[in-house]
Ligand binder design. Structure first.
Ligand code: AMP
Length: 281
């Protein structure tokens, strides 16, 4: 695996690859890699001549400084995993390399409604930070295609919007969420839970499954309340458990039995914030 820390060096390398007609997929990550990340690399390896991943814990997307401080960093182990899966290139930039003009900016991406619902509502500024870093990375790597996880459902929609707003030609592939046997969605933040916590945390998936199995045409207030109660019962402090239009993320108060809908949840177990989602139909 080739490891680049410097932008000019990776750009020079990728320029040569493009000139020789090689296709490549790109998987941006914040490290603390798990099988969910690896599944994206495997998807890219199947479909491209070679695969580039990046590890960068992006300071501008953390609305809570404590969350940034506590974000797990396991770089040696990450590199071992990337070697095992035969990832071809790793980009490992510093904060200065990504943000040479500092972290402050006046630029604002017009994400519309996506910025005020769900994660947008509970993590103000988060998606602006996501857009900044992804825009910068796409500008450097110029990938024909990026691979994203459905685990971050709203983030996938935000990145799609970013490519439309900025006229970026990169294609987007969305890959299924990998889960533990208990149903818990794999996440770097799970590393902050002990074994008992991980078992408890599967209540998020069970609640989403409850919604999938019990959703009916008509008003949704009662079933949402039941879902909320299930999470409270499992000791979660819930930011939201919602049902939204799968294509627009408009919150649904009533379901017509036809529109494609998705259930999305964000909840704290102790001080660890977990998110998950499930398509309901
Ligand atoms: P992160 O390192 O959390 O920024 O995630 C990097 C990429 O991996 C994002 O596209 C995530 O959606 C994706 N990802 C995270 N967890 C999973 C999972 N359990 N299954 C599939 N993809 C995932």
């Amino acid at each position: 695996m080739l490891l680049f820390k410097n932008i000019h060096h990776i750009q020079e390398y990728l320029q040569k690859q493009r000139a020789s007609g090689k296709s490549y997929g790109f998987i941006p990550t914040m490290g603390a890699l798990h099988r969910g990340h690896i599944s994206l690399i495997e998807a890219s390896k199947k479909e491209n001549d070679f695969t580039v991943s990046s590890i960068f814990v992006n300071p501008t997307q953390f609305n809570d400084p404590l969350d940034f401080e506590k974000y797990p960093v396991t770089i040696e182990k990450d590199i071992q995993l990337l070697l095992q899966v035969k990832c071809d290139v790793l980009f490992l930039p510093t904060v200065n390399e990504i943000y040479p003009d500092g972290l402050q900016t006046d630029k604002n991406y017009n994400l519309g409604h996506l910025e005020t619902v769900l994660e947008g509502k509970y993590r103000p500024g988060h998606f602006q930070g996501v857009c900044r870093v992804v825009h910068r990375l796409l500008d450097i790597i110029k990938p024909p295609v990026i691979y994203l996880g459905q685990k971050d459902y709203q983030q996938c929609m935000v990145i799609k919007k970013l490519t439309e707003l900025s006229g970026i030609a990169t294609g987007i592939k969305i890959c299924p969420t990998l889960r533990e046997e208990s149903g818990l969605a794999m996440s770097s933040r799970n590393m902050r839970l002990n074994e008992a916590g991980k078992q408890k945390a599967s209540a998020i998936y069970n609640t989403l499954l409850f919604l999938k199995n019990n959703i009916k045409k008509g008003p949704l207030a009662a079933i949402k309340e039941e879902a909320h109660a299930m999470l409270a019962e499992a000791a979660f402090k819930t930011d939201y458990i919602e049902i939204a239009d799968a294509a627009t993320l408009e919150i649904q108060h009533e379901w017509n039995g036809k529109t494609k809908i998705v259930a999305l949840a964000a909840a704290f177990l102790n001080d660890v914030r977990l998110i998950d989602n499930l398509l309901l139909n």
